[in-house]
Design a protein around this ligand. Sequence first.
Ligand SMILES: C[S@@+](CC[C@H](N)C(=O)[O-])C[C@H]1O[C@@H](n2cnc3c(N)ncnc32)[C@H](O)[C@@H]1O
Length: 418
Amino acid sequence: MVPTPATDVARDHEDAQPADVARLREELVRELRELKALVTPEVERAVRAVPRHLFIPEVPVEKAYAAEHHYVTKKDEHGVSISSVSAARIQVMMLEQAGVRPGMRVLELGSGGYNSALLTELVGEAGEVISIDIDEDVLDRARRLLPAVGYPDVRLVHADGEFGAPEHAPFDRIIVTAGAWDIPPAWVEQLADGGRIVVPLRMRGLTRTVAFDLDGGRLVARDYQLCGFVPMQGAGESRTDLVLLHGVAGEEVGLRLDDGQQVEAVALARALRQPRVERWSGVTVGGFEPFDNLDLWLATVLDGFVLLTGTVQARERGLVASVSPLGVATLADDDSFAYRTVRPTSEERTLFEFGVYGHGPNADALADRLVDQIRVWDRDHRRDQARIEAYPLTTPDDDLPAGRVIDKRHRRITISWP
Ligand SMILES: C[S@@+](CC[C@H](N)C(=O)[O-])C[C@H]1O[C@@H](n2cnc3c(N)ncnc32)[C@H](O)[C@@H]1O
């Protein structure tokens, strides 16, 4: 289902005064800089050059230039978003990670229009942008919008991105704009010397856009950032499993499992119905301070790491204390689980303390282990970045860095810490 442009809004766009659009684009640039998504003058020039509102004619001009606004163009039969024009903040952040320079050949996996236009500005006349999508409806939209807005040279290809675009390879940059679970061989094979892949990669349920440089047979991350993306379709599709612990409509609580993890659903559902134990860590975080690296640390060091999911009603009913669309870091064993939560340290609610709630016969031990690792992260790794690498499947354990090894279908992903 692709929504057709609402006539009123389309008319609104036609009526938009050039001065208003110019002002909105300037505000977008300022906001993206404040958010630290926009860094370099090259990407800034591209954002200034491309009229984003013309790629989202369905929404009012103000919304089109809001840094965090993404527009869903298609949902599947279950209501899951499968195509969108991503938020400008995410697109710009990934372009900065990619470091696209004039003259480069870039493969964009997942089309839409706006991002291809930004890439066209970055590669200039001597470069080339190839954008592939698995969905004809999405391509039709891009085929219509790109030439109309002034970017007729983007090559649009209907294909499953799992296999890249061999007829157009090699690429200096491959930018993946759907959530991937693995790095298929085609992407590496089609990469030019010195090439880079930017990909939203899911590791133990956590997705980060990772910028990988090729270094011999392995890929080494130079940067990674928190993000959320629509799921990959086609041969590389691999969704997380959801195990329901509480199935009452509207107040569901579950565990999200990834990378072949398994849990005892009946025992853990029973555990949720038992009173909880709690621990407080003494570790605090500011209200606007990101702590996604804490979760990456916990996913690295804890064997039973899974993600707790729940609805806002489930939290209001007191079934769980924390919910997040990205999932809440949890440690589970056969019959018990414990999850991370926070409480404000003062009435002003500017500072929050991390704690842990546990349920089930082994709740005390799990809560102790989780709270210990929150303290270890705070003491030893709070200012560190993880080292993420992707090795060929044939790499023996002894040749991998110490840390977490996540075996995928095509690659062995490692997460290690200094
Ligand atoms: C978030 S949207 C694209 C966003 C666009 N690049 C942008 O930045 O606005 C992700 C796209 O990936 C496409 N996609 C998903 N799996 C794919 C696959 N295996 N090969 C090619 N495209 C795929 C979807 O059809 C969807 O249009």
